[in-house]
Design a protein around this ligand. Structure first.
Ligand SMILES: Cc1cc2nc3c(=O)[nH]c(=O)nc-3n(C[C@H](O)[C@H](O)[C@H](O)COP(=O)(O)OP(=O)(O)OC[C@H]3O[C@@H](n4cnc5c(N)ncnc54)[C@H](O)[C@@H]3O)c2cc1C
Length: 433
């Protein structure tokens, strides 16, 4: 085994070991119950939780509601949009991940009545619940970008990798033409909360790196445009990204929110705070505003005084329990907490929700808490990444202190994204991590 193979095995093994939560492995007898548990959404959070609850409970009626028959491994989308993986890399069958003993209802939820404790679906079915977990992820509001529609992706220099595997592949089609032809590349992000805030940066770094490898760096004008004043929510990471951008000649346009594009003229419009500004591009990466699904807001589950344009579920940031409806929990991207719209956060949130539901069924208080942990294997070039991990307080919380430095561009951190992340994600879906 050479050094590379050894490190690969160490990362994969180490990741698996450090990610196995004690409660997943504990040999405790299942709790007998006839509780009705409804989970909305069979994505990263809902699936992982269902797999863990079937092992903790005996006799419970667990219903997972989700119309999507394909499960999407979203962290792989950045690799698809850089031509490093095919679209199929991120797609699997939803059914494959669901445990026996759970009922999957392939329907869209349209309403929750938290007073009556019912959930209604598009076909008119109404289900009662004793415990409800709201895990429908978030909605990409592409319509908020004037002049833009998803059918444009892949043509006329337009990319939008968040929209799914087909669009990530089409994004690469547009980006690879830009890499060959050169010109101005505009890389954007929204003003709302968003999932994996590192992904727009990763796309910028990767396209820049691919252009350099093709010997085209001199023909590229790379520009990262963001509504925020800084490049990342954690100051020390923002400063590191600023230095890397400076090093690579990536310009920035801060305090600019993309509001529209003119696809024919290849012109983008940004709100600047004091007015608007038009910028011509040869390639643009559109990341739209992101919001809670409409049914969440309509059902009165959202915060009334925070993120009012986005509608995230009102919940306690440590327990994810709804503040007004104690039998309701938020999980994953939809949760109204200050950090954590990543699968890595989901991994740490799931055992917390599991603990509080099982405890509630047993008539006691749960003890597990979520500290805001989130992580971002920030790819900075092909074969190099920074493994950035932090909590609610912007503390860096490295999983491998002394082994993987968080702010260094390392090959081993790239492996975390390339090799270990998908394996760990799959283990999480099975409730084993
Ligand atoms: C481009 C990109 C890169 C990313 N990179 C990383 C990364 O490197 N590391 C990382 O940790 N995370 C990353 N993420 C984020 C991660 O994928 C998400 O945070 C995670 O999937 C959230 O899990 P979730 O269960 O909340 O939502 P999802 O996994 O999105 O699942 C939500 C599910 O709810 C269903 N649903 C929606 N509405 C309804 C409804 N009305 N009724 C019933 N079901 C409904 C959907 O069909 C879906 O299956 C990335 C995401 C993207 C888009």
């Amino acid at each position: 085994m050479d050094r590379r193979q050894f490190l690969t095995a160490a990362v994969a093994g180490g990741a698996a070991a450090s990610l196995v939560s004690p409660s997943a492995e504990a040999q405790v007898s299942p709790v007998q119950t006839s509780a009705r548990i409804v989970i909305i959404g069979a994505g990263a959070g809902g699936t992982a939780l269902a797999n863990r609850l079937v092992r903790r409970l005996e006799g419970a009626q667990i219903t997972l509601i989700d119309p999507r028959r394909e499960h999407l491994y979203q962290p792989g989308l950045t690799l698809v949009a850089a031509g490093l993986k095919p679209g199929g890399y991120v797609v699997s069958d939803t059914a494959k991940w669901l445990p026996e003993g759970v009922t999957w209802l392939p329907e869209r939820v349209v309403a929750v009545d938290a007073e009556a404790k019912t959930v209604s679906t598009e076909s008119g079915e109404t289900l009662g619940y004793d415990w409800l977990v709201v895990a429908p992820g978030l909605v990409l509001d592409h319509d908020a970008i004037e002049g833009f529609s998803l059918d444009m992706v892949g043509e006329n220099g337009i990319g939008a990798l968040y929209a799914g595997p087909e669009y990530a592949a089409r994004t690469w089609a547009a980006a690879s033409r830009f890499v060959e032809d050169g010109g101005t590349g505009l890389f954007t992000r929204p003003s709302t909360e968003m999932k994996c805030a590192g992904a727009p940066l990763k796309h910028t770094f990767l396209i820049d790196d691919i252009a350099r490898r093709a010997g085209n760096a001199g023909r590229m004008n790379m520009v990262y445009a963001a509504p925020q004043a800084t490049l990342f929510g954690v100051p020390i990471v923002a400063e590191k990204v600023r230095m890397l951008f400076e090093d690579r000649g990536v310009d920035t346009m801060m305090n600019r929110t993309l509001t529209g594009i003119d696809a024919g003229a290849r012109r983008a419009t940004f709100a600047t705070g004091s007015g608007s500004e038009e910028v011509e591009y040869d390639y643009i990466h559109v990341v739209p505003p992101q919001r809670a699904p409409d049914f969440v807001r309509r059902s009165g589950l959202s915060w009334a005084d925070r993120w009012t344009d986005q509608g995230w579920v009102e919940c306690d940031m440590a327990t994810l329990r709804h503040l007004r409806y104690p039998e309701v929990f938020a999980l994953g991207d939809v949760a109204g907490v200050p950090k954590g719209k990543t699968a890595a956060s989901v991994k740490w949130q799931v055992p917390v929700v599991e603990d509080h539901i099982v405890a509630g069924i047993e008539g006691r208080e749960g003890t597990e808490t979520y500290d805001g942990y989130t992580s971002c294997p920030m790819i900075t070039r092909i074969g190099r990444a920074m493994l950035v991990e932090f909590d609610y307080h912007d503390n860096l919380v490295p999983s491998f202190p002394g082994m993987i430095a968080p702010l260094e561009e390392l090959w081993i951190s790239w492996l975390m994204k390339e090799v270990a992340l998908k394996a760990t994600y799959n283990a999480m879906l099975r409730g084993r991590a």
